[in-house]
Design a protein around this ligand. Structure first.
Ligand SMILES: *Cc1c(COP(=O)(O)O)cnc(C)c1O
Length: 433
């Protein structure tokens, strides 16, 4: 599989090039340049296939000529000591739990694979992964990349405490991780990362790339858990089946669309949004006008301009009529989100976090509009115990964080604190290496 830029059909690079220089020079984003047919795998994979086995089998076919079966098996094993978990609730709904990774977020899947595949593809040279992070995504990246040969990681955080990092993995202690605090906002951090990558001289010297979802090496592995859910449930399906996905930057939904494009026979995807639902207008064919973000109880979905917008647009420009029958935008406000958390607890005895509740509520609305026999798989993107306060409010149950997630709350000191200027960041990186 080669990758092209969303801005032009002329560029075509290998997976390795797209991963190690993750922004095309024309300002677009990398997307697969043609569909790989993976339907053969559904003939023999079923509920007995393990997640690492699925990853090890499908990857060589997606990355033909770049990753052989032996390398792919090594990557799968080195990336995943956690698995998705599919729970069937009733005839209408299942939940796909994606929160069993080290930080309790579905983002652990893409990040873990990216780190393992970079180490596998990296030969001789050294590269530097530069990422703007907030919350637990910095910890997810640090965990996945700690000790990876030939890879250094610089995490830039906005003002405020940094939590959950393992100090012994810092470059100052002989490791490969460098957290840098930027005296500014998250937007400053993102701007600085893009400026550094676009400083072609500097980024060539240090081999700079990013671990954000602009990197296709993080997007591609997100298709694996859709395939996994499908092979687990395929024998029980009698009618249509859909996925409901809580959408912020739309990377997760786009990964699902690729799984379908490559041959997974899903009948549709629900693009579940909270009150930040401007992209619903685009999906309905009415164009996209960004609106300022509003704060909700599902903050990972409070996005005004999704970073994957151009990838979504490329699906619609290729086949608009098909897409109109494939993606259903549904928006849920804070009140109904809490009610859904309560209803799911009462009816199924299952806790869900507010992001998952946005997707569950959307799934409920779509089943009401469709003929019977439709089964919807709701993606659970965050461990419910991370939102104990909202769980208490919705269900009156007291829950506590499991031990591994408790460690994420410990404060750590950054290696440097710098003003939000390109020169300051490049200077800090140069002084560390
Ligand atoms: C990041 C995140 C999302 C949104 O995923 P996108 O790929 O950005 O659409 C949804 N839920 C949770 C809990 C997240 O952390």
């Amino acid at each position: 599989m080669h990758f092209r830029s969303t801005n032009s059909g002329d560029i075509s690079v290998t997976f390795k090039d797209a991963v190690f220089r993750c922004l095309p020079e024309d300002g677009g984003l990398y997307v697969p340049d043609k569909a790989t047919d993976i339907r053969q795998f559904f003939l023999y994979m079923d509920e007995n296939t393990s997640f690492p086995d699925l990853v090890a089998a499908v990857t060589p076919s997606l990355l033909e000529g770049e990753l052989n079966p032996v390398s792919a098996a090594r990557v799968a094993e080195s990336a995943f000591n956690f698995e998705p978990e599919l729970i069937r609730l009733d005839d209408n709904f299942s939940i796909l739990n994606l929160y069993n990774g080290p930080t309790g977020l579905f983002k652990d899947f893409g990040i873990a694979f990216l780190a393992a595949v970079m180490e596998e593809l990296q030969k001789k040279s050294v590269s530097l992964v530069l990422s703007a992070v907030r919350g637990d995504s910095g910890v997810s990246i640090a965990r996945a990349f700690t000790g990876r040969k030939g890879i250094r990681v610089v995490l830039v955080y906005p003002s405020g405490p940094i939590r959950g990092l393992d100090v012994s993995a810092f470059a100052t202690n002989g490791g490969n991780i460098i957290p840098i605090q930027i005296k500014g906002t998250f937007d400053d951090c993102q701007r600085l990362v893009n400026e550094t990558i676009n400083d072609r001289k500097f980024s060539a010297r240090y081999g700079v790339t990013s671990a954000n979802t602009i990197n296709p090496g993080r997007l591609l592995p997100q298709i694996f858990y859709y395939l996994y859910a499908f092979i687990k449930i395929k024998k029980q399906l009698s009618g249509d089946f859909l996925f409901s996905v809580p959408c912020g930057n739309f990377g997760n939904l786009i990964a699902g669309l690729y799984a379908w494009k490559f041959g997974m026979p899903a009948n549709g995807f629900i693009a579940a949004m909270n009150s930040n639902n401007a992209l619903g207008d685009f999906i309905k064919g009415n164009g996209f006008t960004p609106r300022p973000p509003v704060t909700t109880n599902s903050p990972a979905l409070d996005v005004s301009v999704p970073s994957n917008l151009s990838r979504l647009e490329s699906f619609y420009s290729e086949a608009p009529a098909v897409m109109n029958n494939m993606v259903y935008p549904v928006s849920t406000g804070d009140g109904p989100t809490l009610q859904t958390m309560e209803q799911v607890w009462k009816k199924y005895n299952v806790f869900i976090d507010p992001h998952t509740a946005v997707a569950f509520s959307a799934a409920g609305q779509v089943t009401r509009d469709r003929k019977g026999g439709t089964h919807i798989i709701v993606l659970a993107t965050r461990h419910y115990a991370k939102d104990a306060g909202l769980i208490r409010k919705a269900t009156r149950q007291n829950i506590s964080l499991p031990e591994p997630l408790l460690n994420l709350q410990k404060k750590t000191d950054p290696v440097a604190i710098i003003p939000p200027r390109l020169g300051a960041l490049e200077g800090a990186i140069a002084s560390c290496f």
